[in-house]
Write a protein that binds this ligand. Structure first.
Ligand code: HEM
Length: 372
């Protein structure tokens, strides 16, 4: 597709598909022409509408910029860097629990509990409720690709049920913090001001929910993808084990090779050229990050898995104003956990029984049995 039909209209699916790096960057760099607000295209649904009030990944300027600024104030590079000792401690505890075992599920042992514990502690919600968070993350993100781009009322109704539970849970948490603030991100969000304006609880729900969900399941997939990539590229695994200073570039290569979110979506606000085609106003565009990351126009030998690749301008954290706010945290978690895992498990190998998500929705493993 990238070669012969790089911008194509999919009548059955009801959306455009864009596959080339340069076209995708152009769309992501122009948020006014290519809006992130897809909620307005859906049939009305109370939970989704409520959640959208603070879910700034689905907003356009100027509201997006205002809300992002708010959270950026609480989520500074220093806050992230200060997490290093705690991330190391949690990783240690999790690996202690499986050390000596002949095999274990890497998702259950490390890849899920590590990022969910870190983000839960940041937000001040109990990490012990992670079973609930996983149900919500699965319901929101890990669904098979639907037959049509825009889900019908019935599909939306099914999605709204877990969202309803999540909203209720988070509203209780927010009200608790409003009554008795603590040293956590939720309390800071309640307190934060931009242009003299504070957020109301209905807005904070979408905010905290976005951080909670975006803040863990994606990093889970990065960790599982690292192990999967190293397993399929034994030479790279050997080189990495021999020189752990390559971990940062190796992680970027894993992100490029297996983008956790392989697809982003935008809607054209006006008839606009994308590549050689014109997308009419109001139509939805799928941007295939997974394809862009393998575009031979941008990357030398894109099908090689090169743990030393540099520069590596992959699009797995997005591009432009919505560039992933949690990228420094995801990178830090993986940069701590991967060397610890490799040191503790010198014979780590993927075993039978791997369960993958629908790779068009989320690239990563739901279950990753390993022999250690
Ligand atoms: C946005 C990927 C980890 C919070 C995004 C976007 C992508 C992405 C592709 C852009 C979405 C768009 O343009 O429509 C990832 C990947 C991660 C990761 C691959 C891990 C490997 C995290 C973490 C957090 C987080 C750990 C939170 C702590 C966010 C937020 C946004 C975002 C808040 C919205 C930013 C905005 O709209 O301005 N992420 N993410 N992400 N991510 Fe991440």
């Amino acid at each position: 597709m990238r070669e012969h039909d790089p911008v194509s209209w999919d009548e059955k699916y009801g959306a455009w598909h864009v596959f080339r790096y340069a076209d995708i960057v152009r769309v992501l760099a122009d948020p006014l022409t290519f809006s992130s607000d897809l909620v307005g295209l859906l049939p009305p649904q109370p939970e989704i509408e409520l959640f959208s009030k603070g879910n700034f990944v689905r907003m356009d300027p100027p509201r997006h910029d205002k809300l992002r600024k708010l959270v950026s104030k609480a989520f500074t590079p220093r806050v992230v860097a200060d997490l290093e000792p705690r991330i190391t401690e949690v990783t240690d505890e999790l690996l202690d629990a499986v050390t000596g075992e002949p095999g274990f599920d890497l998702v259950a042992a490390l890849a899920y509990p590590l990022p969910v514990t870190v983000i839960a502690e940041l937000l001040g919600v109990p990490a012990s409720d992670r079973g609930l968070f996983r149900t919500w993350a699965d319901a929101l993100l890990n669904q098979p690709l639907p037959d049509r781009m825009l889900p019908d009322e019935e599909t939306l109704r099914l999605r709204a049920a877990p969202l309803h539970d999540m909203i209720g849970y988070l509203l209780t948490h927010i009200r608790d913090r409003r009554a008795a603030p603590r040293d956590d991100l939720t309390s800071q969000l309640i307190d934060a001001e931009v242009d003299g304006e504070r957020l109301v609880d209905d807005e904070i729900v979408g905010f905290v929910g976005l951080l909670l969900i975006a803040g863990h399941i994606t990093t889970t997939t990065l960790l599982t993808n690292t192990v999967l990539c190293l397993d399929t590229h034994p030479d790279a695994a050997r080189d990495l084990r021999a020189d752990l200073s390559l971990v940062p570039t190796a992680l970027e290569e894993v992100l490029r090779d297996r983008a956790p979110f392989p697809r982003l979506a935008r809607v054209a606000t006006a008839a606009s050229a994308v590549g050689e085609r014109t997308v009419p106003a109001g139509q939805v565009i799928n941007l295939w990050i997974g394809s862009a990351n393998h575009d031979e126009r941008e990357f030398l030998d894109p099908d090689d898995f090169d743990i030393r690749r540099s520069p590596n301008p992959h699009l797995s954290f997005g591009h432009g104003i919505h560039f992933c706010l949690g990228a420094p945290l995801a990178r830090l978690e993986a940069a701590i956990a991967v060397p610890m895992l490799l040191r503790r498990c010198p014979d780590l190998a993927v075993a039978d029984g791997v369960e993958l998500f629908d790779a068009r929705v989320m690239a990563g493993a739901r279950r990753l049995p390993v022999a250690a």
